[in-house]
Unconditional design. Sequence first.
Length: 129
Amino acid sequence: MESHYGKVPHGGTFMLLHRPMYKEMYMEIEQIKRYGKEAKGRKELIEYLTGKRLTPRKAILGKCYECMNAYADGKVDCNISDCSLYPFMPYRKGGKLVLRKMSEGQKEKITCNLRRKRPTDTLIAQYYA
C-alpha cells in the first residue's frame, strides 16, 4: 500500500506515516532511542511498540521503564509497593525477587498432570482423519 507520504522502514517492517497511530508509535520509539537512558526495559519497550511478542518478564521490564519515565532520575527503586509489578522491578531495593523452589515431588506431579491433559498423537490423527 503506497501513500503520498511514503513508507518509513523501522525494525524490518514498514509503517505508513499517514496513519496517526503508526506515526505516534514511530515518534515515541525515536524519542526513546534519542533521549531514553540505557537501562533494563528500554529494549523491551521498543520491541513492544514495534509489535513484537514479549515474554511476561520482558513485558514487566518494559512497563517499569515506561512508568519510571525512562529512568530519567536514575536507575533507582520506584518505591511503589502497592504496584502488582513491584516485586519484579529491576532496580528494587532488597535485591532480586526470590522465587519459590519446588521439590522434586512437586515437579513430578506437575509433569504427570501435564501429560494427562495433552491429547496423544493417535487422538489427533483420528480427529483429522
